[in-house]
Design a protein around this ligand. Structure first.
Ligand code: ATP
Length: 201
């Protein structure tokens, strides 16, 4: 069984997933990491991107300049669609092959764009980590050493909070300390084990 875990930037997805893994030994697959793997040097997708955008899209060491690519597709929906059609199936394959190696009773698929990318179709339930926007802005700006304005720009592109919550089967409200987050993860873990036993999922 696969549970999806999503939430906006800086909502606490990583904090929640790390705890599922460290406290309960749950296998975690990170979609963000997979999206980097498919464009590593030597992978066919990187060559397709260079063919389309030119070698300027690479850093000096041959790695993809992700910031430059983001800028190229940000203002051009056609380019964005092309890129998504290239990368989404490859990311999906990487995710599926990693999920197959899971030995825990269920696995967690962590993805900031779980619903937008269609990856939620791989899952039987969706957890949304929800946080008030002011706290999300403050935590992310502190972690990434960027301005709240830059965080706001990213939040605009991601699914809006209400739309995301509508996709949730379970919600983790991350508006207090980490102990409070961990308690909610413990409760969900027990719930999933019970549901598995009852064959409800
Ligand atoms: P992104 O999508 O940007 O990778 P994320 O959803 O994985 O973000 P985290 O990195 O887990 O979010 O959390 C954002 C920041 O807030 C981190 O520095 C994390 O340590 C901190 N944080 C998360 N939850 C709490 C909490 N309950 N109390 C205090 N700090 C927290």
């Amino acid at each position: 069984m696969i549970i999806g875990l999503t939430g906006g930037i800086g909502s606490g997805k990583t904090a929640a997933a790390n705890y599922f893994s460290s406290a309960h030994d749950i296998h975690v697959v990170d979609a963000d990491l997979k999206s980097r793997v498919v464009v590593e040097p030597g992978k066919p997708a990187l060559q397709h991107i260079v063919d389309r955008f030119g070698a300027e899209i690479l850093l000096e060491d041959g790695q993809l300049n992700r910031a430059a690519l983001r800028q190229q597709v940000f203002s051009d929906p056609q380019q964005r669609v092309w890129l998504e059609q290239l990368l989404h199936p490859l990311i999906r394959e990487e995710i599926i092959s990693d999920l197959h190696s899971a030995a825990s009773p269920y696995a967690l698929l962590v993805s900031p764009l779980l619903v937008e990318s269609g990856q939620h179709r791989l899952t039987s339930r969706v957890i949304v980590v929800d946080v008030p926007e002011e706290l999300q802005l403050a935590r992310t700006a502190t972690r990434d050493q960027v301005s709240e304005q830059q965080v706001r720009a990213i939040m605009q592109v991601q699914a809006q909070r209400e739309a995301r919550l509508r996709q949730a089967h379970d919600v983790i409200v991350n508006d207090r300390d980490l102990a409070h987050l961990h308690q909610q993860v413990d409760a969900l873990h027990q719930q999933y084990l019970a549901m598995l036993q009852e064959k409800e999922i």
